[in-house]
Design a protein around this ligand. Structure first.
Ligand SMILES: CC(=O)N[C@@H]1[C@@H](OP(=O)(O)OP(=O)(O)OC[C@H]2O[C@@H](n3ccc(=O)[nH]c3=O)[C@H](O)[C@@H]2O)O[C@H](CO)[C@@H](O)[C@@H]1O
Length: 378
């Protein structure tokens, strides 16, 4: 869409998964209306994810500092203020948020206070349990009533929004933008062997043994849960002869993991990996064990089995597709699930989370509707 009017759309992201999932939207916006796209980094994750913006050539117009302190209320209220100031400076016609983080809710409230329409990417995910995942389930539900455009990743998410009386015309089922990001990263990796090199030595270190890739970071994974997960992973390594690679999220209660798994043969504990390296590892993995939302989606698209370290998931499509299985925080369930998965063929890659073209649909809809609002339709 081309037009001579000036509009800006402010994309706000603050955590690694938001950056991964909003990167395709930023690229699609830039392709259609380079002068319109503005990017705001809230600072919530000070480091993780910034390398990806660099790799895509996106220099945020607004790079904000993380509000001081670890208190969740201060983080949220601080970001309502800092993101609000960024909105005032950029004067956008729409604000794009993604998912269910503190940044998502803070940016939505800041936009709402200024009567600026909100586009919610990955709208309608529901576990049905406010405590799991906490605080994400509450945050994403709170964003819904003040959102103008609800970009649902799947039909199930769209149905959940309809059940909450969201108007049909405000819902568009587009697919999950993580699949766009995954396709983009895979294409870049295939074209450039210098990308994601951190994965190379980890894969070589496995010496051909099956790789089990694990991550754990949900707030509800407390110390007791971590001990159980560590016990399950240890018995998996000891009994099945696999290589375990475990990037540790800075927020997770990782002491039990370090105590039980540090120094154990065939176990590598690492810092978080850049996205290209992580995608390389997912492609090399025989099995993934994780409580991450995005990884359930990516594993399903890649055809990798994933044991989900949670009691509930809002991604029931991954279970239906045969790639995901819930094991909770139970060491024995983890071991039994892993043995079952290692004994059968890998799942078939599935497009249940999207076809990799969600971001273009999102950019088209927002730009078209904004031009209509301004009565400047091309
Ligand atoms: C409740 C829930 O499910 N909430 C989700 C939550 O996100 P999450 O659980 O998916 O978060 P993480 O697991 O931190 O990130 C995952 C991404 O990180 C990549 N990765 C991983 C390890 C590493 O070493 N290097 C990497 O690059 C990996 O490939 C993947 O793409 O918030 C999002 C934002 O709003 C929501 O969309 C989303 O619903």
């Amino acid at each position: 869409m081309k037009g001579s009017f000036f509009v800006s759309v402010l994309i706000v992201a603050g955590t690694r998964p938001e950056i991964i999932k909003l990167l395709p939207v930023a690229l699609a916006m830039r392709e259609r209306r380079g002068d319109a796209m503005r990017f705001c980094h809230s600072g919530q994750h000070a480091e993780m994810g910034r390398d990806l913006l660099d790799a895509a050539g996106i220099l945020p117009e607004e790079a904000l500092d993380r509000p001081a302190g670890n208190d969740i209320g201060r983080l949220l209220s601080g970001m309502i203020t800092t993101i609000g100031a960024a909105i005032d400076r950029q004067d956008p016609k729409a604000v794009v948020v993604q998912g269910d983080t503190a940044t998502t809710l803070a940016a939505s409230l800041a936009a709402y206070h200024r009567h600026i329409p909100i586009a919610h990417v990955e709208a309608g995910l529901r576990s049905g349990n406010l405590a799991r995942p906490w605080p994400e389930e509450g945050y994403r539900r709170m964003v819904t009533p003040i959102t103008r455009w609800h970009f649902a990743p799947t039909e199930a998410a769209a149905t959940a929004l309809r059940c909450e009386n969201v108007a049909e015309g405000a819902i568009e089922t587009v697919g999950n933008t993580v699949i766009d990001a995954l396709h983009w990263a895979c294409a870049r990796l295939d074209a450039d062997s210098a990308l994601g090199t951190a994965a190379g030595s980890l894969i070589e270190g496995a010496q051909g043994r099956p790789i089990v890739l694990a991550t754990v970071h949900r707030r509800e994974a407390d110390e007791t849960a971590m001990r159980r997960i560590a016990a399950g992973l240890l018995s998996l390594v000891e009994s099945e002869g696999v290589q375990l690679i475990l990037p540790l999220h800075p927020r997770s209660e990782s002491a039990p993991l370090r105590e039980r798994l540090g120094g154990v043969p065939r176990v590598t504990l690492t810092d978080p990996l850049d996205y290209f390296a992580f995608v390389r590892l997912m492609r090399a993995a025989r099995l993934i064990v994780s409580d991450s939302g995005g990884i359930q989606e990516e594993a399903t698209a890649l055809g990798r089995p994933v044991l989900v370290l949670r009691d509930v998931t809002e991604r029931r499509e991954a279970i239906a597709a045969g790639s995901a299985r819930l094991v909770g925080y139970d060491a024995e369930a983890l071991l039994a699930g892993a043995r079952w998965e290692l004994s059968r063929p890998m799942p078939t890659p599935s497009t249940v989370f999207g076809d990799g073209r969600a971001a273009g649909r999102i950019a088209d809809r927002i730009l078209n509707d904004i031009s209509g609002d301004l009565n400047l339709a091309p």
